[in-house]
Write a protein of this length. Sequence first.
Length: 532
Amino acid sequence: MPSLSPLCLIRLRQASLLYGSRTALDGLDWEIFPGQHWAVLGRNGAGKSSLLRLLRGEVRPSRLPSGAGEHIPAITWNFTGEEDTSPLAVRPVSSILSPELQRHYVRQGWRLRGEEVILSGFSDAYMPYSPPSPEEREMARDMASRLGAAPLLDVLAPDLSQGQLRLLLLARALVKKPRLLLLDEPCDGLDHSSRKHMFALLEECSTASTTIICALHRDEDAPSCLTHALELESGRIVRSFRLEPDTGRRPYLSQARENSAPAAKTPPPPPAGRPIFRLRRGDVYIKRKLVLRGIDWEVRAGEQWLLSGANGSGKTTLLRVILGEEHVALGGSLTWFGPGLSATKRLTLEERRNYTGHVSDRLRNDYRYDLTGLELVLSGLHNSIGLYRASTEEELKKADFWLKLLELEELADERLEKMSEGLSRRFLLARALAPRPRLLILDEPCSGLDADSRESFLSSLPKVMDQGCQLIFVSHSPGDLAEIAPLLTHELALENGRVIYRGGIRTREPAKAASSIFTTKEKSHADRKIAG
């Protein structure tokens, strides 16, 4: 077996990965040396997540025979001073944060406290199976504190927002000080303060002994410590390059984004009309804890709202009130207005769900059934996760209308488990719209989407609004907010469960990259190896 350079930590040699008959990675050659920290770029479905799983030994590559009949190892690790082809060489010294990991926690619904989620990182299990040592407990609490997550230590995982759970899973990945840290879209759902804490910790890790590999789609999500990048397309490396320090040139991802068509803009909104709903003196308790305090909010016809606030400010709880999944305490009221509704009528949960559509990354996690795209849309008419009865001819016509409007008709037979994140999000939008709701709630709808998928999703919204549907939009991403801002008219901002701003949409600074990476000295596909 040819020996590795003593400094080479990981080497891929013609590494391929198959999922059944589908090729996820195809013939990758790549070397990673100490002091390098890599960005992994590419569209949804390009193979970024599969590459991170391969690097961590969660999946095994195929092995291609050499001309002499000897099997060439497709991946070798050298974190101990000796080369090894076994995943046992990397699993104990590596950590991963990924949407798949978060989806697993959401689906299982384990009643773990935040501290237990972090402590599970020491054993690389989903939960701690033995009592932690005093040192481990202290390290977990210190990591939570440094990430601004100390208030979450005693909160149960099912009660966390997506951003709060992502923050704890980041602490879980960092707590054992791994030699290899793999991050798959780590910023999704994190507010500005959480991102700032994360970037500071990653900068500290990068100067120690941790090698960081980060799959991402947005400049703003890029840690400043990244030194190199490679781009995947259809499971192959199409280029790799060294990242330059700040020279005032345009970031790489923004440059690529510039070549695509801008998202469609909607004409100025009509004057606000009669109310859609009115929330008064909205106190909400969860497990006897006051989460929302005296919320007053009225949405009127023609208004498009941004709901803003830091992680834990109460946005998710407020949306659950609107969706009928939580209720205001005695003394408060939520009144709906519209045809056939009066101030005295109380909507049933089914009526509420027909009145309000909902798209979120958490909703995607709830689907454990491998439906077709058409079946996914039809489940919105049934108000269900999955299908439990045959659809009527009328329901099929309604689903077909939205599939045509959102240009998904030809993809209706695609299976959910094989869809890219971008495509599944567009089908979830069609699902939410199937009952023709008055309000469409979009909760971090673009998390995990590449630039083209994000543009395709956002450019669909004016068509939705033309059908008489109004928006409530939630996102922490500066890029998403910049693109959606022309469609929005009003903003409600929360802090610690209280309204701190209610009025017209506020002006925001243009999105900037978290670092000045992606100004490149590009290399050809034939010259991909980067010296340490």
